[in-house]
Design a protein around this ligand. Structure first.
Ligand code: RFL
Ligand code: PHB
Length: 390
């Protein structure tokens, strides 16, 4: 088989890139390790920046997002027992975020890809990438018990943090930067109305918590937990009880509990690989970088990477020029590092770090107190939360 762009991974990065390329008449094949059902079963991001929404519109998949997504002009931060609102809209001259689950984004992109007739190979096994240092890259994989070879012009490594693409680059050609946090997030999804109409980020002495949502009838909650915790240790009852202990009295009164639909623990990590281009192999999304979820930036960074990569590929196929592809790594990394900084800062501000002791807690309280007494500081939070320009 031969194509122009071979895309490894059918997460949001791979599907969005594929959709944009297909619409531009650039042939592409997506190879995904898992089944579509498995990919849709992963409960992840919930908050989209306007830049990501614009990309989904450009890909022709914005209709349901605009009909069903919840426009949020603010978030709340609860600390020292009181909730404080961050007026995202007012502080950024009218910008909002949209609450619309990654599952729905992925479903919309999968439906559009199916309708376009472009090739996707799910349950592709033993995917390996070759020859990207030269002019004729090849992707090998197994499917349905047989070995296959896909010749292409470029390989887009959209295969997430544990994917094969980044790991196929010689160690001397890549440098990685990492911070692993000493706790995780335990997430619970339930068919219950959200406790509040906006997200509540909670800094509490028992640990961070987050009240989020997927719709007016479906809620997503998170608790900072120990890395030793197992999901089995957390009955629904224990989860709701612990969440109640971290919320204010009004939220406790408003909280509607119910059985979980999904419960999982995610470790928190900051990670960046440099560069993001190796000859004809490009890394995009979680394959090249990870942020802790506190700033809601992971999926949004995947969208901005795809913006730069797609523009480079479109320019190459339209005009034969390589300027966009040559600039990809540097352009993407400038935005990535700023989102890394913001996510790291929000994580440090709101979580309990036992090793930082009472002094560290005082620093967090002083920073929160300063934040809500300074329009300049709040504006900095707001403009990062709604998303820096592409
Ligand atoms: P994905 O989604 O991991 O998709 C990669 C795909 O590649 C496949 N794959 C392979 N395929 C073939 N061969 C191989 N060898 C392969 N290895 C892997 C995988 O099966 C998979 O389908 O990466 P992508 O597309 O770059 O998308 C990134 C986002 O998924 C991620 O950044 C976000 O989910 C992060 N994130 C959030 N981002 C936000 O913007 N806003 C949020 O509110 C937000 N909340 C979150 C989050 C992530 C979380 N977790 C669980 C990590 C909340 C949580 C709890
Ligand atoms: C979510 O709804 O899953 C979510 C929202 C905001 C975050 C992280 C996750 O910062």
């Amino acid at each position: 088989m031969r194509t122009q762009v071979a895309i490894i991974g059918a997460g949001p990065s791979g599907l969005l890139l594929g959709q944009l390329l297909t619409r531009a008449g650039i042939a592409n094949v997506i190879l995904e390790r898992h089944t579509p059902e498995y990919v849709l079963g992963r409960i992840r991001a919930g908050v989209l920046e306007q830049g990501a929404v614009a990309m989904l519109d450009e890909a022709g998949v914005g209709a349901r997002l605009h009909a069903e997504g919840l426009v949020h002009g603010g978030i709340e931060i609860l600390w020292a027992g009181t909730r404080h609102r961050v007026d995202l809209n007012g502080l950024t001259g009218g910008k909002n975020v949209i609450v619309y689950g990654q599952t729905e984004v992925t479903k919309d992109l999968m439906d559009a890809r199916r309708a376009s007739g472009a090739t996707s190979v799910y349950e592709a096994e033993e995917v390996s990438v070759h020859g990207f240092d030269g002019t004729k890259p090849v992707v090998r994989y197994r499917h349905g018990g047989a070995a296959h070879e896909l010749e292409c012009d470029f390989i887009a490594g959209c295969d997430g943090f544990h994917g094969v693409c980044r790991q196929s680059v010689p160690t001397r050609a890549i440098r990685t930067y990492e911070r692993v946090y000493p706790f995780g997030w335990l997430g619970l999804l339930s068919e219950t109305p959200p406790v509040s109409h906006e997200l509540i980020y909670v800094s509490h002495e028992r640990g961070f918590a987050l009240c989020s949502m997927r719709s007016h009838t479906r809620s997503r909650y998170y608790l900072q937990c120990s890395l030793d915790d197992k999901v089995e240790d957390w009955s629904d009852e224990r989860f709701w009880e612990e969440l109640g202990k971290r919320l204010d009295a009004r939220a406790v009164a408003d909280l509607v509990t119910g059985p979980s639909i999904e419960k999982s623990i995610a470790p928190l990590r900051s990670f960046v690989a440099e560069p993001l281009r190796f000859g004809r192999l490009f890394l995009a999304g979680d394959a090249g970088h990870i942020v802790p979820p506190t700033g809601a930036k992971g999926l949004n960074l995947a969208a901005s990477d795809v913006r730069y990569l797609y523009d480079g590929l479109a320019e190459y196929y339209r005009k034969g020029a390589t300027a966009g592809l040559d600039a990809y790594s540097e352009r993407a990394l400038r935005r990535i590092w700023k989102a890394e900084r913001f996510s790291w800062w929000m994580t440090n501000l709101l979580h309990r770090f036992p090793e930082n002791g009472p002094f560290g807690e005082k620093m967090q309280l002083a920073e929160l107190d300063y934040l809500f007494s300074s329009k300049a500081a709040l504006t900095a939070l707001a403009e990062n939360y709604v998303g820096l320009p592409y």
